[in-house]
Design a protein around this ligand. Structure first.
Ligand code: ADP
Ligand code: MG
Length: 697
């Protein structure tokens, strides 16, 4: 039996290790850097580096790597060994403060959205001391930020760190206005709930689509899907539970607070939720979690699918970004307390979030847009593409009473009777669960539910932090010279809720009426990535990022170009994979099956012309017509893909073309393919079926 407290964080250069291994003065200086962002002296860095190296070598490390999050969507690493030649043919293990602080990976092969020409490809990684270093696979990993030689941001971490600073500065100013002068810093906190599929590796290896694109591009629905709701929270199969146990242990070693695991709605779908931490660490940990999930799966002859929509016809996978703001004095600013009606501070922060989500609903939609997530958002699946907020009955009521100057009657105080003697009556949750809202208040935090399962959470979080920082700074300007702070704050809250109440929706987000209602309210319904991205570079959005010094207009433009280009590239790969599967596997398989049917019919006839061959003949006819259609649609898809190049000098047009032309052709081809699968012998069909994939573990 492994003892969890003993293994927890055993691979992390955490506070305990630092205290044990660093001289007091060095430890103090480093803490100041970590907690207050103070610059670190090179002599201190040298001592820290040496201690890190000794610790890592004891754990079996031979190498170190700067670990960063370029705009590719996956983390990047480049390993250097600690060896230093001694001139006598011997080496010693060395690691300097300079190596700890700064790295110089060749940046030319990372996407930059045209920010930088290849000849000035130099990029730098700089140590982020706020996220602890760790040991994995024989290397010391140093979390870093990544920027170009000329200072442009090339990663996802830098804007996140900047946005946390911005929010802290603005929140502290507001808190000081309200008399909370003991607060010197606030931090945003995040707990990302991660969904994933687990499938058998041998089956996975037989599917070109899963291997190349992460999702099935063909596949007739299994006779059983998720209609019985028997998988959600169901008992976990032995093979899966062994995987989960192994996974937990690996995550705990890395200091990741893996807490909850359960089966999800779709067959073979599961979820892992950690205990929340600061946004920065939560981001690094979520990136690590996704990587470890895939690695541990290998050991169990499984594959962990993080794609947003691996299977048509059952739920896709998302990530719930639970988000809140806490002060360094330990207060959660989104905690309504017992009497939210008297809690002006809470109301003011709530108002800032409401205003932010309303004014920047396009950015929230943009930040979760991806080729994979397009299959969920706007496709009758959780959650919808329309961004709105759910506050629950209680807070909804409170906001209404503030807008209308009426008395607030709390409903949440009501006790709920369970009706069972042995169960104690429990206090009804003040925010009832609304599973359909993309942005829901859940007691003392907001849960942003529109994220795709594979997304790097840095992006939604820096957007969220920045927009709320902006609103708080506007609030500050409006309040700072007020003589009577209470009445000024009260008036501002009322004004804000009144102007932005349209973003609040407590009803069913899947209902058709909501689409109509949202339109009347002037809310956006951006169904695909190209549609969403076309709003990215608006004056309002550029101002937000430039004014708050998160990134420049050029950097924003680069992100815009990269997102569109990546989307087009992904659809291009999917289309080419479909064509390859169609031509090399499906068409020959169906044709061979038809031949067998024909041979059977002919030999029956030659035996005795009275033997009925109608079954074969009907199948031959049906499949033959379908096959003609299938080959025709394959050619059409090929033509559609070939036609894309004429738009390739304008990424928005290029991506839109892929969405509107290529994607539609892919759907058409798939429909015919799936209808052939339904009537083709399993012996001939070249791929494992949905039944095998979804129920094969
Ligand atoms: P549920 O979504 O079922 O209500 P929980 O209340 O346990 O589940 O929370 C879900 C996630 O929200 C967990 O990852 C949890 O750590 C995180 N969470 C809880 N409180 C906060 C907070 N103040 N800030 C950020 N995340 C939080
Ligand atoms: Mg949740």
């Amino acid at each position: 039996m492994t003892k969890v407290p003993e293994i927890f964080g055993s691979m992390v250069f955490n506070d305990k290790v630092m205290q044990e291994r660093l001289p007091k003065a060095t430890y103090k200086a480093l803490k100041k850097t970590i907690e207050n962002g103070e610059p670190l002296d090179i002599s201190v860095a040298n001592v820290v580096a040496n201690a890190m190296k000794d610790w890592a070598v004891e754990l079996g490390c031979t190498h170190f790597t700067h670990w960063f999050q370029p705009m590719t969507g996956v983390t990047a690493e480049k390993h250097d060994s600690f060896i230093a030649p001694q001139g006598d043919g011997q080496v010693i293990m060395e690691f300097s403060g300079k190596e700890l602080i700064k790295g110089e990976p060749d940046a030319s092969s990372f996407p930059s959205g045209g920010i930088r020409a290849t000849f000035e490809a130099r990029g730098y990684t700089t140590w982020d001391p706020t996220s602890p270093a760790f040991v994995k696979d024989g290397s010391l990993y140093i979390p870093t930020a990544f920027c170009s030689y000329t200072g442009e941001v090339l990663d996802k971490k830098t804007p996140l760190l900047r946005s946390m600073e911005r929010l802290s500065t603005e929140a502290v100013k507001i808190l000081h206005l309200l008399g909370k002068t003991d607060v010197t810093r606030v931090a945003t906190t995040v707990g990302p709930e991660q969904e994933y599929f687990l499938i058998d590796k041998d089956l996975y290896n037989q599917r070109e689509d899963l291997k190349l694109t992460g999702r099935t591009l063909f596949g007739a629905m299994a006779p059983k899907g998720q209609e019985l709701d028997d998988h959600y929270f169901g008992s976990i199969k032995t093979r899966v539970s062994e995987y989960m146990k192994d996974l937990d242990e690996e995550l705990w070693k890395l200091g990741i607070l893996a807490k909850t695991k359960h089966n999800e709605v779709a067959p073979s779908q599961h979820e892992l939720a950690p205990i929340f931490s600061t946004s920065n660490i939560a981001t690094d940990h979520n990136e690590l979690t996704m990587e470890i999930m895939q690695k541990v799966a290998e050991r169990h002859n499984l594959v962990c699918l993080l794609h947003e929509k691996p299977f048509a016809g059952v739920n896709g996978s998302g990530k719930h970004n639970n988000w809140s703001i806490s002060t360094n004095t330990g207060e959660n600013l989104l905690n309504p307390g017992k009497h939210p009606e008297n809690n002006l501070q809470f109301q003011l922060f709530l108002a800032a979030v409401v205003k932010a989500v309303h004014e920047y609903q396009d950015l929230l939609r943009i930040t979760v847009a991806s080729a994979g997530n397009d299959h969920r958002l706007g496709a009758n699946e959780a959650p919808p593409a329309i961004i709105s907020m759910y506050l629950g009955d209680d807070l909804g009521e409170l906001v209404q009473s503030i807008i209308n100057d009426t008395e607030y009657v709390s409903q949440g105080k009501a006790k709920m009777k369970t009706g069972v003697e042995v169960l104690a009556d429990f206090k009804k949750d003040t925010s009832d669960r609304n599973r359909t809202s993309p942005f829901a208040f859940t007691g003392n935090k907001f849960e942003f539910r529109a994220l795709g399962s594979s997304l790097n959470i840095a992006c939604p979080n820096y957007m969220l932090n920045t927009m709320v920082a902006e609103e708080l700074s506007e609030f500050y300007d409006e309040l700072k010279d007020s003589k009577d702070m209470d009445s000024a704050v009260t008036a501002l809250i009322k004004k804000t809720f009144t102007e932005h109440q349209n973003i609040i929706f407590n009803g069913d987000n899947y209902a058709d009426e909501w689409v109509e209602e949202a339109k009347r309210r002037g809310l956006l319904n951006l169904k695909s990535l190209p549609e969403a991205l076309s709003h990215f570079m608006s004056e309002k959005n550029i101002n937000l990022f430039v004014k708050n010094k998160i990134c420049s207009k050029e950097e924003l433009k680069a992100r815009y170009e990269i997102d569109l280009e990546t989307y087009a590239k992904q659809l291009n790969i999917e289309a080419l994979t479909m064509i390859s599967m169609a031509n090399k596997d499906i068409t020959p398989a169906v044709s061979a099956f038809v031949k067998e049917l024909t041979d059977t019919a002919l030999s029956k006839k030659s035996l005795n012309s009275a033997i009925p061959t109608s079954v074969e003949e009907e199948l031959i006819t049906s499949l033959s017509y379908k096959l003609v259609d299938f080959v025709k649609k394959t050619e059409e898809l090929k033509k559609a893909v070939d036609g894309a190049h004429q738009y390739s000098d304008d990424n928005l047009k290029y991506a839109t073309y892929f969405r509107e032309v290529v994607f539609e052709k892919m759907q058409e081809l798939r429909a015919v393919g799936d209808s052939m699968e339904e009537i083709t012998s399993a012996e001939y069909w070249p791929y494992p079926s949905y039944s095998e994939l979804l129920f094969g573990v």
